[in-house]
Design a binder for this molecule. Structure first.
Ligand code: MG
Ligand code: MG
Length: 267
């Protein structure tokens, strides 16, 4: 059942999402060759707690850390470890925070130093597919409209859309109804309702959409070993239109990037 939020609840969710956005912004300045994902995880946990929140993933379904850290061919749910990042890597960082009993859940794939042009293209197309999907999150549309848009956009670039993992409703629980697949058929699935909040999160592979899982029971990686990217925003349906609760602006400030990509999703 989809749980619509009141405007007061949406403001609380904005606060949770913003803590995650600021955490990713802090991490943006720390992602560089030589740093380990475990070091970044420790920085994030401290930062989240200093902002009066609790890491949203730590202990959730028994996940051992605060961040999901998925480099290169890892899609999502990678566990932080002591392997240093290297020039040319990409690292997908997924972060959650719980404050005032509401979750924020938001992800970005960072380039470590210079990456190859084809990897850079994967990052750009995956991020753009997130906005292509968010544009379809509006009154009158259904879950399948968002999935169709993301699938069409990314498959037209020759990429693989992961099927086994999906976006989701968000609120007092990290995962609420509805599931938000990054593939689908137009006009199908649950109808969107005013006040609902979803995490839209394309997971896009450079090669095959097929995945496998490591024996750690968590890490999802591409079956062909090619890179995968993951971008995620928290979005509320307000006045029939998508409104971003999360923001990449702190990341862009840290990286010196000028972007107005989120403007159309502000009310
Ligand atoms: Mg996430
Ligand atoms: Mg999510």
């Amino acid at each position: 059942m989809i749980i619509a939020k009141t405007s007061e609840e949406i403001e609380l969710m904005r606060e949770s999402a913003l803590i995650v956005s600021k955490t990713l912004g802090m991490l943006a300045g720390e992602v560089k060759p030589g740093v380990t994902t475990l070091q970044l995880d420790a920085l994030a946990e401290t930062f989240i707690r200093d902002h009066g929140a609790v890491p949203g993933f730590l202990g959730l379904y028994d996940f051992p850390n605060s961040l999901c850290m998925s480099p290169n061919a890892q899609v999502v749910h990678g566990i932080p470890n002591t392997t240093p990042l290297e020039e040319g890597d990409i690292i997908s960082i997924d972060c959650g925070a719980l404050k005032n009993e509401f979750y924020g859940d938001h992800a970005y794939t960072f380039a470590v130093g210079e990456v190859s042009p084809e990897v850079q293209k994967l990052l750009e197309v995956t991020k753009e597919s997130l906005y292509v999907g968010i544009r379809q999150f509006k009154a009158g549309n259904r879950v399948g409209d968002v999935g169709y848009a993301i699938q069409k956009y990314t498959e037209d670039h020759g990429y693989g859309v992961v099927r086994e993992l999906v976006g989701h409703g968000l609120g007092r629980n990290m995962h609420e109804d509805p599931e938000m697949p990054n593939y689908g058929k137009r006009g199908r699935g649950k109808k969107f309702v005013e006040g609902m909040v979803v995490a839209i999160e394309p997971m896009i592979n450079m090669g095959t959409r097929r995945i496998k899982q490591l024996k750690d029971g968590w890490t999802i990686l591409t079956a062909d070993g090619k890179p995968s990217a993951h971008f995620e925003h928290d979005v509320a349906l307000v006045n029939g239109k998508p409104e971003l609760l999360s923001t990449f602006k702190f990341i862009y400030e840290a990286l010196g990037i000028d972007s107005d990509e989120e403007l159309e999703f502000r009310q």
